[in-house]
Design a protein around this ligand. Structure first.
Ligand code: ARG
Length: 572
């Protein structure tokens, strides 16, 4: 169904078209009146006419009877106030719609989302946290819209470090190494290998020989490599389960997957005349990329030692995603520091004609997670912070807060609820920050039940559900007459009607942040409503109307949170 916003926009567009064909009405929700259209000024300028006069003309043409009243304000703004009957009718459409006004896409697209992508035998750090949480929400948004999401966990499972990692594994003994990796002790394993590599020449030599054996497909070496990969991937799966991330084992398509086609990729680039030898390496020099001195910047495709690197692998992956997976959209959810890498990869892929115009390809970049000191988030001893450790700490805190309450929950229920709250705290803090910006990791703030937090939204939802639990008679939402006499009711109703737009803007700009802003506003309007408008103690039609508003708000919060990957428990 067309959203309320779309209904207004269509009507306005018709009127604008009669004055200046194709002019944008610039319609948005507004504090004065329910909506405001600010497009008149641009039209007046274009036509060289007085804005107010143009505004009056549009008002004369616009067909809004039984929808909204319209009035010219200030220099030429158009203020629109929805008619009560229209509002009521719109709300009833939402009440009857499981999807709360969000239509399934008429054309399902293949959306490849590259996210999480940690590295084998290395701890997942907070940078992977952002990729994982944002990417998973984008996957959920796209799936809900009816698109076909293909998740790609581009795990770092290849390259020169594997020589030293395998030698280290042998030094420790397989059993010992496996047990340390399976408990997620990835960092100390990696550091152990690293420090020997730095201090021990014979270890270095062994590692180098091992890389060669790995690359040439030596069976025993491949078996040991597989052990490392499998242990790490199993550990990542545990982290995903703990965080409630929808990535599955089959979504892991690591760098090594592309090994067999790298020769071919480079061969194709060479025949297209895109590679130049530079300092013994094979490089592409896409136009428009220069270093500080203005010299062309290389994308190194094949290194001097004959090895292929990160860029070659990404080119192969891109080609595969377009030609085999038939991607219509490709999203790479990776930190901002890799912006140039992706721009160059996309540019070279276009030159090689692997990336047709019709495919939308985007680096969905994000900022850093900072510590209280506004520096990169590290432990006191300067190590990367383990993702699971953060979650565990959040669970403990939520659990303690719940244990202190009077209405004792059974231990198991409490633990589950604490986990749901902890996930909400961590995910929401991440998603509600505009993705390009950095944010400070502050567990106290994130887990608070007050303010712009995940637990606050969960709590608003649980409060709504508790209203229905206290109801003596059975209740189900049906055709309701919404009078919306109280201001707080009307404000809440308008927010509910805005859900499809909030969804669309989050989806279209790959910005879950926008859905967060919407849900927080909705929860606040609900709180204001609940303070001002008694629900259970009101009577007759008023009570029915208020219950229907509560039900719709609860459903919207619950669905919105689920699209962020956050549970909405019924009781808290
Ligand atoms: N493993 C990489 C890292 O930890 C991220 C990979 C991102 N995806 C990609 N297609 N390059 O930095």
């Amino acid at each position: 169904m067309a959203s309320t916003y779309d209904v207004l926009l269509t009507r306005l567009q018709d009127a604008f078209d009669r004055v200046a064909p194709g002019a944008d009405p610039v319609l948005r929700t507004s504090e004065r009146g329910d909506f405001q259209a600010n497009g008149v000024m641009a039209v007046a300028k274009q036509l060289g006419r007085a804005p107010r006069e143009v505004a009056e003309e549009i008002v004369k043409h616009v067909e809004l009877s039984a929808v909204a009243s319209i009035e010219v304000a200030g220099p030429g703004f158009l203020n629109l106030v929805l008619e009560d009957a229209f509002l009521s009718q719109r709300l009833n459409l939402l009440v009857a719609d499981d999807r709360l006004g969000i239509d399934v896409a008429t054309e399902a697209r293949n959306v490849v989302i590259d996210y999480s992508s940690p590295n084998v035998a290395k701890e997942m750090h907070v940078g992977h946290l952002r990729s994982t949480v944002i990417g998973d929400s984008l996957a959920r948004l796209n799936r809900f819209k009816g698109h076909h999401v293909i998740a790609r966990n581009h795990v770092g499972d290849w390259g020169t470090p594997f020589g030293m990692l395998i030698e280290h594994l042998l030094d420790l003994g397989e059993d010992e190494a496996i047990s340390s990796l399976s408990i997620g002790d990835l960092d100390s394993f990696y550091r152990g290998a690293r420090s020997k590599f730095e201090s021990d020449e014979s270890f270095r030599e062994r590692s180098r020989t091992r890389v060669v054996a790995l690359q040439s497909g030596d069976h025993e070496t491949r078996r040991l490599w597989r052990l490392l990969v499998d242990q790490s991937v199993a550990y990542f799966a545990e982290v995903y389960a703990k965080l409630d991330i929808t990535l599955r084992p089959e979504d892991v398509v690591g760098e090594s997957y592309y090994n067999d086609v790298l020769d071919d990729v480079v061969h194709d680039l060479e025949s297209a005349g895109l590679l130049i030898e530079s300092g013994g390496a094979l490089c592409a020099f896409p136009e428009g990329f220069t270093n500080r001195d203005g010299d062309p910047l290389p994308l190194i495709v094949k290194k001097r030692d004959e090895g292929y690197g990160y860029a070659a692998t990404d080119l192969a992956a891109l080609r595969d995603r377009v030609s085999t997976l038939r991607a219509d959209v490709m999203l790479y959810v990776v930190g901002t520091p890799q912006a140039q890498h992706f721009e160059m990869v996309f540019a070279v892929a276009r030159l090689a004609r692997w990336l047709p115009e019709r495919v939308h390809c985007e680096h969905v970049a994000f900022g850093n997670v900072l510590g209280a000191d506004r520096k990169m988030f590290k432990t006191r001893s300067g190590e990367t912070v383990k993702l699971v450790a953060l979650l565990d700490e959040a669970i403990e805190r939520a659990d303690t807060a719940l244990a202190g309450r009077s209405d004792a929950l059974a231990d198991l229920d409490r633990r589950q609820l604490a986990t749901q709250i902890a996930r909400a705290a961590i995910k929401y803090a991440d998603l509600s920050t505009e993705r390009q910006r950095d944010y400070v990791f502050d567990l106290d703030r994130m887990i608070a039940f007050e303010g712009d937090t995940g637990p606050y939204l969960q709590y608003a939802h649980a409060r709504l559900r508790s209203i229905f639990r206290r109801l003596a008679e059975p209740w189900s939402a049906g055709e309701t007459s919404f009078a919306l006499a109280a201001r707080a009711e009307r404000e809440l109703a308008l927010a509910l009607l805005g859900y499809p737009e909030a969804f669309a803007s989050a989806l279209d700009t790959s910005a879950p942040h926008r859905l967060c802003v919407y849900l927080f506003d909705l929860a606040q309007r609900f709180t204001a409503f609940y303070d001002a408008c008694p629900v259970l103690s009101s009577q007759g039609a008023l009570r029915a109307e208020r219950l229907a508003l509560c039900d719709l708000t609860a459903r919207t919060l619950s669905q919105g949170l689920s699209l962020l990957g956050i549970d909405a428990p019924d009781q808290m």
